[in-house]
Write a protein of this length. Structure first.
Length: 135
């Protein structure tokens, strides 16, 4: 049974890697946010949030490649921050006020689904790590 758990954990790790890469590509390639600039020529908050989500996706993919203790907890927390930080208009992150813009209507719902998947996979993998450690 221990070998089956380890094989399934490796599969979940691969799924986390794929999900992290997909999350990193979501804001600019798969479901791009608008690239409109403010009147002063700077990027809007949704662009900064898209950069944040891409970085978080890349970090999740990197953690999926690295074998470190408690990485599943780190992955879950990173994924959760990718959802919480853009929703709350804090510092340099946020989304457009118009719910029909690409960042609100398309990118964030798709990123949210990936983030939920990553969190679920991370917790299942965490449980499997505890089960395999007992045997």
């Amino acid at each position: 049974m221990n070998s089956k758990i380890k094989i399934f954990a490796k599969f979940l790790n691969l799924l986390t890697l794929i999900s992290g890469v997909t999350l990193a590509l979501t804001p600019f390639i798969l479901f791009p946010v608008c690239d409109a600039l403010r009147p002063d020529g700077t990027h809007m908050l949704c662009f900064n949030s898209a950069v944040l989500i891409s970085i978080i996706g890349a970090l999740i993919a990197l953690l999926a490649l690295i074998k470190i203790k408690f990485k599943n907890i780190l992955i879950a927390l990173l994924a959760l921050s990718g959802w919480v930080l853009p929703i709350k208009n804090i510092f340099i992150f946020g989304l457009c006020a118009d719910l029909e813009h690409d960042c609100q209507a398309v990118m964030m719902p798709k990123a949210g689904m990936l983030i939920a998947l990553i969190i679920i996979i991370s917790f299942i993998n965490l449980i499997l790590n505890f089960l395999s450690a007992d045997n």
